[in-house]
Design a protein around this ligand. Sequence first.
Ligand code: NAG
Ligand code: NAG
Ligand code: NAG
Ligand code: NAG
Ligand code: NAG
Ligand code: NAG
Ligand code: NAG
Ligand code: CA
Ligand code: CA
Ligand code: CA
Length: 845
Amino acid sequence: MKDSDSMMKYNNRPQSMNGFEEGVEFLPAANTKKVEKAGPKKKLAIFGVVIGAALLSLTIGLLVWHFAYRNAPVQKLYTGYLRIANTQFVEAYENSTTREFADLSVKVISTLRTLYNGEKDIAPYLQQCSISAFSEGSDNNVVGYYWSEFSVPAFREEAFEKAISELKLPTVNLRQRAFAVDSLVAYPTDPQIARNFKNSSCAFFLHSSAGVMTKFSSPGFPDTPYPPNARCLWTLRADAGQMIRLKFKTFKMEKCKANAGDFVMVYDSLSPIEPRAQIRLCGIYPPSYNLTFFSSSNVMLVTLVTDNVGKFPGFLAEFSQFPKTSLCGGYIRDASGVFTSPYFPGHYPPKIECIWDIQVPDNKFVKLRFNMFYLAEPGVPVTKCTKDFVEINGQKYCGERKFFVVSNNSSKMSVRFVSDQSYTDTGFTAEYLSYEPRNPCPDQFACKSGRCIRLDQKCDGWNDCEDFSDEKSCTCTALQFRCTNSKLCKPSYFVCDGVNDCGDSSDELACQCPNNTYKCGNGKCIPESQKCDRTDNCGDGSDEAECGRVLSTTCTEYTYKCKNNQCITKKNPECDGENDCSDGSDEISAKCNCGKRPFTKKSRIVGGVNADTGEFPWQVSLHVKGNKHTCGASLVSPTMLISAAHCFQDDQSMRYSDASLWTAYLGLHDQAQLNSKDVVERKIKRIMAHIGFNDNTYDNDISVLELEKPVDYTDFIQPICIPESTHDFPVGKPIWVTGWGALKEGGGAAVILQKAEIRIINQTECNKLLDGQLTPRMLCAGFVSGGIDACQGDSGGPLSSVELNNKVYLAGIVSWGEGCARRNKPGVYTRVAMMRDWIRDKTGL
Ligand SMILES: *[C@@H]1O[C@H](CO)[C@@H](O)[C@H](O)[C@H]1NC(C)=O
Ligand SMILES: *[C@@H]1O[C@H](CO)[C@@H](O)[C@H](O)[C@H]1NC(C)=O
Ligand SMILES: *[C@@H]1O[C@H](CO)[C@@H](O)[C@H](O)[C@H]1NC(C)=O
Ligand SMILES: *[C@@H]1O[C@H](CO)[C@@H](O)[C@H](O)[C@H]1NC(C)=O
Ligand SMILES: *[C@@H]1O[C@H](CO)[C@@H](O)[C@H](O)[C@H]1NC(C)=O
Ligand SMILES: *[C@@H]1O[C@H](CO)[C@@H](O)[C@H](O)[C@H]1NC(C)=O
Ligand SMILES: *[C@@H]1O[C@H](CO)[C@@H](O)[C@H](O)[C@H]1NC(C)=O
Ligand SMILES: [Ca+2]
Ligand SMILES: [Ca+2]
Ligand SMILES: [Ca+2]
């Protein structure tokens, strides 16, 4: 940014970067709720109440109740921090085995005990107090992190919680005292984590040195999985006046589970308390996800909690220190430019406020375009924005938002970004633009929302403006359908695809079945009573396929055949995680070890039309004789690829059918990074194109390629599942097409793998549009997302269909329309399920 000088002006505003300055926090009211929510104790309390009600009539139970429940003690552990005034931090305070640490601990604990002893609802229940750590506070003081444990009889719990939430420090004249505690924070917490500061089995105390990157990892990483039932902690420290930058370089843990499972927490404090939590991490993050975090002071705490199931590698992290700088906001006087939340695409730091004061020339207006916007926090509704937010013209924005534009019809705009003390997110990128008030979108169409779109995106059937302002008052073309009520023009291939595109269902009316009838998968209408009557009335088995039970029946072309020749009517029973065949053959692991995407988390930044790394790990790029990317393919086993047949037809210039001319790149994301360590290169040993391929009609456009050497599966290389011939991909189902195909018709190829969401189209309707060129071995699909108009996918590449269990199936192969699908023309794909027997024959799979 150019305006760095003036920006510094803003930066000199006194900005509290320290977590303890306004630190007099006495357990906010909300906190008592948190206590109540804490699991079994609450249940016990309810139990107590229930029993209590029974008592009124059953006095005989009184004694039992009294001794068994009313007096049952509840263990309570509170952790928090306090500020110790007039005390200079010395290095020995970092080491809990030093005499200095012990001396200060004694004083602090004695202060705490005195405090508790003054409260009749607390004092009797105190069991122990302990100091976990000390750190430097601002101006000549020390922050002490402690925990206190209580054993409270159930019937005193409420009074105890009230007392502890109202606990106040006596007012003392700080100047007169050499030692005084002048602020106190306490929250209930996981007892095991709190206690582990003193348990060397999985507690690590790290202090960074200037200019040095300090690494740490979960126990056993990367050679062995992290241990079960672990409670580990890492305290991270920097020198006084420094901030911490923490980065997780690899993160592979169990899939996220609410309130359970394995997870890592990062705290902007040395107390593991929810109000200082920065993030809860679980699952598997792709390397493209920027897991960088910043502290507000010079300490951070990382904890690892694991349960007793699952084996995962864990994480590798590093941290370093850098001088505390104020880093955001400023005066912007350029006509256009970009600014971001601090440290984007890393997570912005907690406890900051930035103001960007934008002013463009007086005769222009300014607008702001947020291209990426991630300010989401657990439990905060986007309508409330009670925690982190961006504020413009009195309007607050938060949560995870798609691209949006803000303008206030003036040459000035002030943008305020605030993050609170807990939970941070990726942040935002904003582009500011000045424009002529009379002509906000030169040579473009101006949406009501302030967005500018290409002129040809007006009235094309897609809601490019996001507020439909480009699709209002349009005259429909021959390739469009006019909705009855909404008057929108929709691509005619969305007619009769089972999805209500018009909003008033008028695009589906012509093919709806009368009341009290059932619509078969093939469109036929049958009386409702014939559904699930064990007779195939539809003729495609669809009326018997979703009956909530698994039936052994006579085999038809619509039933799934188990290995033992038993047939079942359930739709798509293979690899759905349920045993349907009595011999278990629908779930055998050799067959179901496919269609997996190793990364359970999505990158925040890639988005749009760029695929993320590892998002389509079966995608293969085929290069011909030193030439660039020529066709796509899909990996189906360690040695086999499926592609189109038409890629391997000879012409005057080249013998494309010659396997030795081709090279396959697997695990590839970026065509400019063929040498990346994640990419595997293989020569092709054999090309088997379908003998029935017709280069006039493109019927049977499929081939199988054998790799010279098998590949090992990795996070970036995985096979896709091949659907059985009876696998149903219903009309209207969203699927993904991917490839490095030309970005524009006649344009150059993409460098990054592109993806687009498309939808399966009604065969009859599609055939009308394509003048009857479809054969049953072809499948039509059209673009769904309005914003996408790139020419995507390329011949031979996959149509990926995400199914039950998150398994991905190869629904189709990009065939003609060259995958360069235009908005108003559906693309045509080889129907892979129809080719199942041929594939089995050629690959043995
Ligand atoms: C902590 O102090 C003890 C003795 O006071 C010393 O032996 C130990 O090496 C210190 N640990 C660290 C990490 O400095
Ligand atoms: C320390 O932690 C380990 C495992 O986390 C546990 O088995 C052990 O009992 C703990 N020791 C103490 C003294 O708490
Ligand atoms: C991640 O974010 C940090 C902080 O902004 C930045 O320094 C770093 O370059 C980013 N890393 C990548 C790979 O983008
Ligand atoms: C800006 O002016 C346009 C056109 O006059 C109007 O539609 C829009 O609502 C105005 N926006 C604001 C924020 O005042
Ligand atoms: C637009 O925002 C600027 C700065 O926030 C403010 O001074 C100005 O009054 C606003 N203009 C309108 C028309 O709301
Ligand atoms: C079918 O049912 C819908 C609502 O259930 C009703 O509005 C409609 O009039 C019915 N149509 C016929 C032909 O009965
Ligand atoms: C496809 O559209 C036709 C009308 O063109 C309709 O009769 C048929 O039911 C539709 N098929 C499906 C599966 O919806
Ligand atoms: Ca926050
Ligand atoms: Ca539709
Ligand atoms: Ca099954």
